[in-house]
Design a protein around this ligand. Sequence first.
Ligand code: CP3
Length: 345
Amino acid sequence: MLKNDLFLRAARGEHTERPPVWLMRQAGRILPQYRSLRASLSGFKELVETPELACEVTIQPVDELDVDAAIIFSDILVIPDAMGLPYEMIPGKGPFFPRTITSAEDVHQLLEGEEAAASINYVFDAIELTKKELNNRVPLIGFAGAPFTIFCYMFEGQGSKTFSKAKKVIYQNPGLAHILLDKITSSTIAYLKNQIKAGADLIQVFDSWAGVLTPHSFATYSLPYLKRIVDEIKDVPVTLFAKGTWHSLNAIADTGCNVIGLDWTQSPKDVRKLLGEKQVFQGNLDPCALYADADTIRKMTNTMLHEFGPHYIANLGHGVYPDTPLDNVKVFVETVKRFNLVENT
Ligand code: CP3
């Protein structure tokens, strides 16, 4: 059915002629067509909550970069919003929550499960519309934030280097932390199942701030919830991207996820040694490497492709930075597309 199913075949562990390629945060400010559409709107939320607009910006990078997958344009923060903590997106600063969790009572008042997920209709509509508009060119990725990363925003109310307000709760009130993580997880599972019903071909879970946890806290406050999500998503492959968790790769593989997303702090050779040739990895070029000249980008990309070998999806180690020159992004994508797995590994 799909005209280009490289990405899904690789995610399922099947053989591909070359590695598929896409970029985390490919839909967004690296593209002039995104910036001009965004400038004409009242704000980020209008874009996320209007299916026709979300569909348009989801397809922009497929047209412009010719990547092997689209990712639905949305944000991980739609989950706290639907549970009862609305977010704002402050231009030039990022997310901001006027209200945060300050008591057990706040936690008890949050919606959970289907009831929370039901109000995120705009994402399900955007997925349905985008599947139609893509007309089977490439698969469509659905996504959500990991429970721990959402938990961070619910206490902190904004970005942070340390997320110490959120971490304070796991040391002072672990019982409450688990009650909240459980509610976020049930909402996320319902949300992801609805994305799949609407047409998402693969699910990626972003645990962007997992790296602030100790290995033990990651095993206690993040992994069990990631595992529950993986257990519940049966119909499509699942990618877990838990940034900064090089210490727990074996445990992440043991969740049974199909693909492990890697940040740039792990070397392809080391992760292959640890988890073998069959494990499907995604990543992990340093996003800053795309500031280099074209020849250097080609060299670094080819080395990475060669070292990962088969069972691999090319990407960066985190989202592409908004000031990355578009031509450099294109050099990266084209280098992957020229790579021949049979000749080179
Ligand atoms: O192309 C894609 O990846 C799809 C769109 C997407 C966005 N956010 C759009 C967005 C995805 C997958 C996300 C996920 C997301 N959002 C994560 C996890 C991935 C990661 O980077 O670790 C996180 C932590 C967030 C929370 C968030 N949203 C932050 C911290 C910010 C501000 C920083 C920034 O990039 O500006 C956002 C805003 C945001 N989300 C923008 C976009 C395109 C920029 C807002 C704008 O256009 O004004």
